[in-house]
Design a binder for this molecule. Structure first.
Ligand code: SDX
Length: 430
């Protein structure tokens, strides 16, 4: 703790604001007393400069392109760990030993099935339902089977909820895909690991033997790790916000899925592929025309997969993914014109003053879709894949929030700019 303060002068009032010190990263100005003393509030649309919590889970240095989970670099984790190992690290703060990991994996594998009644739930959706709509709905739906685990203050119940969410997300995702294809649902198999099971449930046909390509499983393991957590991003803030009202973990995660769906957030990975396809398929479009549109202040178009609220340097995940894309496509024997177009677009943008001045670099969504595509996933499943990866991060952040004595129900203030006061006018007189 520090006794450092910052001086704030408002009119004839002098305030001393406490400085909140991190272990690394930005200091914070404690403004909790501001409104009581001055009647003023701060104004920070999107909370771009406002910390709502202390956290020990993920550290990002946007200027240097650094991402660490519990102190371990994303590069080390992506290249050396299993996804469920990283999930354990995010939730419990330490990498598991062999026994802890074996128990964790076994606990999750034992809950991969969803209740059979859920088939009627999936059948109720139209075949062309977007799988993110199904994911958000199904996450709330499965909570109805586990009301005994809803109490956020019951530590064991929170872990039981966490295990069921991590275990069942791949099953819900795969079933939403099978539903959209009019194909039979596959059940998880006990001889397969977490990622292999997801691939089995996604792509197995009852007319064939179960076979999962270990190369594809390894690639997906890396991709899930790269998406696992990202401090106080939009969807995580929503998970924390819903949970701050003491709502249960399932419905808090469902709120995160809804926020992630947006094209400015996790939905960008699907939009990137649509953008690259347009360049490949439309002779009128190329990298320069896309960049021109992105720069046009009168055109709402944004170069999808570019820019970031925090990274003003390369997103380290995008760097891993760019290299990995070449390896995965070569290994699975896929050559995708979209990859070459993506690299051309990246080079063109990084040499353009508009992007240089605004420090706009490729983010995690710029290359992830190309790899997902090479692994055989349809683009409408890309944000679902992002959500499977992000579930452990959402849970870890929600758990930290519920255990934090500083947590208060999320309730931001506003600057009111509407009509001050008016007398009611009867309908007959309007
Ligand atoms: C994710 O927060 C996270 O951590 C998210 C995430 C995670 O892991 O959870 O990293 C995952 O969501 C990655 C982002 C995916 N979204 C996209 O790729 C969509 C395209 N990107 C933009 O919409 C934008 O960059 C955001 C939404 C990502 C960030 O928006 P900000 O922080 O509000 O930045 P901004 O809109 O204020 O941009 C600053 C300037 C503006 O220009 P000026 O008004 O100063 O002239 O940069 C411009 C913007 O117009 N700009 C872009 C741009 N991104 C920003 N211009 C063209 N194309 C872009 N992609």
């Amino acid at each position: 703790m520090t006794d450092r303060t910052a001086e704030l002068t408002i009119g004839d009032q002098q305030l001393e604001l406490p400085i909140i010190e991190p272990t690394i990263g930005n200091d914070g100005l404690g403004i909790s007393s501001l409104r009581n003393i001055t009647g003023d509030v701060t104004f920070d649309p999107g909370f771009a400069n406002t910390a709502g919590t202390r956290s020990s889970i993920t550290y990002i240095n946007g200027a240097e392109g650094i991402l660490r989970h519990r102190g371990y670099s994303i590069e080390d984790l992506a290249l050396n760990a299993e996804f469920l190992e990283v999930a354990y690290l995010l939730l419990f703060g330490e990498l598991p030993n062999q026994q802890q990991l074996a128990e964790w994996n076994s606990g999750i594998a034992g809950h991969a099935l969803v209740k059979e009644e859920m088939k009627r739930f999936f059948d109720a959706f139209p075949n062309n339902a977007h799988p993110m709509a199904i994911m958000a709905s199904a996450t709330n739906a499965i909570s109805t089977f586990y009301e005994e685990y809803h109490d956020p203050s019951d530590e064991e119940a929170v872990i039981e909820s966490a295990i069921r969410l991590i275990a069942k997300m791949p099953t819900i995702a795969a079933w939403s895909y099978k539903k959209s294809m009019g194909m039979p649902y596959n059940y998880p198999r006990s001889e397969l690991d977490y990622v292999e099971n997801f691939l089995h449930m996604m792509f197995h046909l009852p007319t064939e033997e179960t076979k999962v390509d270990p190369v594809i499983a390894r690639a997906l393991n890396v991709l899930f790790i790269l998406h696992a957590d990202h401090e106080q991003n939009c969807s995580t803030a929503m998970v924390r916000g819903v949970g701050s009202s003491r709502a249960n973990l399932f419905t808090s995660v469902a709120a995160g899925i809804s926020a992630l769906w947006g094209p400015l957030h996790g939905g960008a990975n699907q939009q990137v592929i649509e953008m690259l396809k347009t360049i490949v398929e439309d002779p009128e479009e190329d990298a320069q025309s896309m960049i021109a549109r992105a720069k046009d202040p009168d055109d709402p178009f944004k170069l999808m997969g570019f820019g970031h609220r925090v990274y003003k340097n390369h997103d380290p995940r995008a760097i891993v993914l760019r290299t990995y894309a070449d390896d995965v496509l070569a290994t699975v024997g896929v050559s995708d014109p979209l990859l070459e177009v993506a690299k051309e677009l990246e080079q063109a943008a990084l040499q353009d003053d508009y992007f240089i001045e605004r420090k706009l670099f490729p983010n995690v969504d710029f290359y992830s879709g190309i790899i997902f595509r090479a692994l055989g996933f349809p683009s409408r499943m890309f944000t679902v894949l992002f959500s499977i990866g992000r579930v452990p991060g959402w849970i870890a952040q929600w758990k930290e929030m519920t255990e934090d004595p500083e947590t208060r129900i999320m309730r931001p203030r506003q600057i009111y700019v509407g009509k001050v006061e008016r007398d009611f006018v009867r309908l007959a007189d309007r």
